[in-house]
Design a protein around this ligand. Structure first.
Ligand code: HEM
Length: 408
């Protein structure tokens, strides 16, 4: 089998946009990924994405950021800051867990720590299942753990959330409730378009599990790396870092620069359904496996000057996002880009759906990672001098397993 690796920024962008290149990274992770949005292709993908995209219209997250995201971040951080220490991996997951549960449509009836911990455990397990291709553990053991976690998650969380939504939809159909009384989440969207989508409850379970892990793992990872890069910047250039600490737009650039250097998904993979020729002239034969090396393309010196340097103040070409390809591109471009990464104030490009946005849509959205980093720094966090960060020993990806910090 032919494998073609693309590591140039332009080639990767071009490949993301090719309709004849089909998702191929998650074949190993079918236990949690089968039939999920990220692995669908062609019409199946288009129809599902249209249904789920409705939740992710520009404006939704600007509204969330104004209304409650600051509170979620502050409330999650408060007990850790009061205790004087935190592990950034745990703090990151805890903060984003409630948001991804909200997006997926998973209710949290008690809202207590045990419930958050259970979701955190599931998300970590599902994430390991999705990226089975990168595991250094016995894949069968991981698969069995994921299947057991799916069963528990189904009984404990999905079934009650499903029952509540079915009841709400029945009452809406009977005219007792209006449109505004229905939750705006993936689960409700899928139930409302059940026949059109041709799905069953197993698909529903995996889609919700996928959302839970896709949103939380990448955000927690981006948060930990952003803090790590920021702490290193403080040591190298304390004046510039001090300015960023008090300037949310600059802090957002730190996050985007971190995403460029440490994309949570370092590679994407596609299979060629037909022969493809890229603009650069690269020929991809039918059946070839195409590795889109996001991590390498994000350090392409033709696009990013001094590519290995963390420089939030760098200039980038106007048609290149500061995060490079960290949020993917083309039909599978990350649906949560705006929630996690925000929208820079000067971003005049079309949105991820390809639609041109109106003027109001260019208003800045900071995104959860920047909000989290800002709150962390405001609470006086610094690396724990006694406990150094640890890399994840069970993954070949660039992830921290633990990142202890102290406050004050
Ligand atoms: C810093 C945070 C995040 C990063 C770096 C990230 C990265 C990515 C990347 C690279 C892809 C495309 C993968 C491919 O083409 O093979 C993707 C897709 C996706 N992401 Fe994210 N993501 C983040 C946050 C989120 C959040 C918060 C959510 C939802 C709550 C989310 C939901 C999704 C979904 C549903 C897809 C599949 C889209 C499709 O197939 O049409 N992501 N993400």
């Amino acid at each position: 089998m032919t494998t073609i690796t693309l590591d140039g920024h332009a080639d990767v962008r071009d490949a993301f946009r090719q309709r004849d290149l089909k998702q191929a990274l998650y074949d190993e992770g079918g236990v949690v990924m089968a039939d999920c949005l990220l692995v669908l292709h062609g019409d199946d993908h288009r129809v599902r994405r249209r249904v789920e995209n409705r939740l992710f219209r520009r404006g939704t997250f600007r509204h969330w950021e104004r209304e409650f995201l600051h509170d979620v971040v502050r409330d999650t951080l408060a007990p850790f800051a009061a205790a004087g220490r935190a592990d950034l991996v745990e703090l990151g997951y805890r903060t984003i867990m409630s948001l991804t549960a909200l997006v997926a449509g998973i209710d949290r009836p008690t809202g207590d720590a045990a419930e958050a911990d259970a979701l955190y455990r599931y998300a970590k397990t599902f994430s390991e299942g999705a990226t089975l291709v990168h595991t250094t553990r016995d894949p069968d053991v991981v698969r069995a753990e994921v299947a057991a976690a799916l069963e528990e998650f189904d009984a404990g969380f999905l079934q009650p959330s499903l029952a509540r939504r079915r009841d709400l939809l029945a009452r809406q159909a009977a005219g007792e409730l209006g449109e505004a009384d229905l939750p705006r989440d993936v689960l409700t969207g899928l139930l409302r378009h059940w026949d059109e989508l041709g799905i069953d409850e197993d698909v529903l379970l995996r889609e919700c599990a996928f959302y839970l892990q896709a949103g939380s793992h990448s955000t927690a990872d981006a948060f930990t790396h952003s803090a790590d890069e920021f702490f290193a910047w403080v040591r190298r250039d304390p004046e510039a870092a001090e300015r960023a600490r008090h300037d949310p737009a600059l802090l957002q650039r730190c996050v985007h620069e971190t995403l460029r250097l440490h994309p949570a998904s370092p590679v994407a993979q596609r299979r060629a359904l037909a022969p493809v020729v890229l603009r650069s002239g690269t020929e991809i034969p039918e059946g070839a496996l195409v590795v889109l090396d996001i991590a390498a393309a994000n350090r392409d010196p033709r696009v990013f000057d001094r590519p290995d340097v963390f420089d939030p103040l760098r200039e980038v070409p106007s048609d290149v996002p500061r995060w490079g390809h960290a949020f993917g591109g083309g039909m599978h471009a990350c649906i949560g880009t705006e929630l996690a990464g925000g929208v820079p104030a000067s971003d005049k490009t079309s949105d991820k759906t390809g639609e041109k946005a109106g003027d109001e849509a260019h208003e800045q959205v900071l995104g959860t990672v920047t909000l989290m980093l800002s709150a962390l720094l405001a609470a006086g966090a610094r690396p724990d001098p006694e406990l150094p960060p640890r890399r994840d020993p069970h993954s070949s990806r660039d992830h921290f397993a633990s990142y202890p910090v102290v406050f004050g």
